[in-house]
Design a protein around this ligand. Sequence first.
Ligand SMILES: *Cc1c(COP(=O)(O)O)cnc(C)c1O
Length: 412
Amino acid sequence: MTLLDRPETRTGEIFARAQARTAHNYHPLPVVLEHAEGAWMTDVDGRRHLDMLAGYSALNFGHGHPALLAAAHEQLDRLTLTSRAFVHDRFAEFTEALADLCGKEMVLPMNTGAEAVETAIKVSRKWGYEVKGVPADRATIIVAGGNFHGRTTTIVGFSDDPDARDGFGPFTPGFRMVPYGDLAALEAAIDETTVAVLIEPIQGEGGVIIPPEGYLRGVRALCTKHAVLFAADEIQSGLGRTGRTFACDHEDVVPDLYVLGKALGGGVVPVSAVVADSDVLGVLRPGQHGSTFGGNPLACAVGVTAVRLLETGEPQRRATELGVLLRERLQAMLGRGLVSFRARGLWAGVDVDPAVGTGRAVCEALLGRGVLAKDTHGSTLRLAPPLVISEEDLHWGLDQLEAVVSGGGITG
Ligand SMILES: *Cc1c(COP(=O)(O)O)cnc(C)c1O
């Protein structure tokens, strides 16, 4: 029994309207949110919910972070869009700060994550032809099984998730898939046409899949050895989530291209970017790539504020500290409703015992207890609260998870 079955509630009415005239490309949980602050959200019937998803890590800094809101408000009144046909006064500030955060020379700002991935693909191919000398139109990019890099036609073409790809072909050629975490398979797939290896340092949508220790260092070494670009899709894993600025930092690895998005927009506006040195991004010349909204003044004002927050090291520190608590609590649930889990920083993929219920059923039961979480595949949940969550609230959220999974099955 949820509020959906009670049309007299605002939730029931607004939810039904939101579904009726919309493409059903999502299957939202039965909740209608109208306000949020920090890690807490309030629905239209006044109930409070603890956000344990954080917009798939787009809300690492929490809802309504004062510095991000102030930056956005201030910029809204001054200048919001110029197009890149002209330069605006917030542009250099953002690109310099982001380049410095990444230890790279250049930034190419876009809007969504998928656009940043597309940008990395185009740049890698052009680099392959102009710098590496790959014959025209022969470039290949190696990707990993279980990947998630976005939803464009090109990107879903190199997914192995049938839901993501079936019915959307024909697809862009030039991609080769190898098993994630398998360095021998990766090396075997590299040939003289290979321009890039595109991987997530931790696979987020895949269920927070952490590759074997040494994998990222191995990818780095193989890319260097064979003159191939290492493009790290840190859209979900980056910007503090794992306890370091980038997930690659855990192996002291520096990729050739950082692909960033989600938290870069502070949960306020879509901001994404590819960050690399000038020998890579320098291959683009005027007219060869672009975006009407990419790098707009509002995006830059928010984006530079997000970068400043990361420069303090505070979000990373909180992810590390709270991550210890998260790991301990999940450890205690093993064998008591949890089959296994993978965690790094304040980020976990949690495999619930299928006997308890589907991931969806667990999320609905959590919703009933005031916790917002999302299943990914089958009985796997992803936990990624905002990094500003208090220790007490995190404990409370995990209490709810424990109660749901250890209850011996979800009914009704
Ligand atoms: C979310 C995500 C994307 C796509 O980002 P959008 O902003 O939804 O286009 C790409 N790669 C990874 C790893 C992601 O988690």
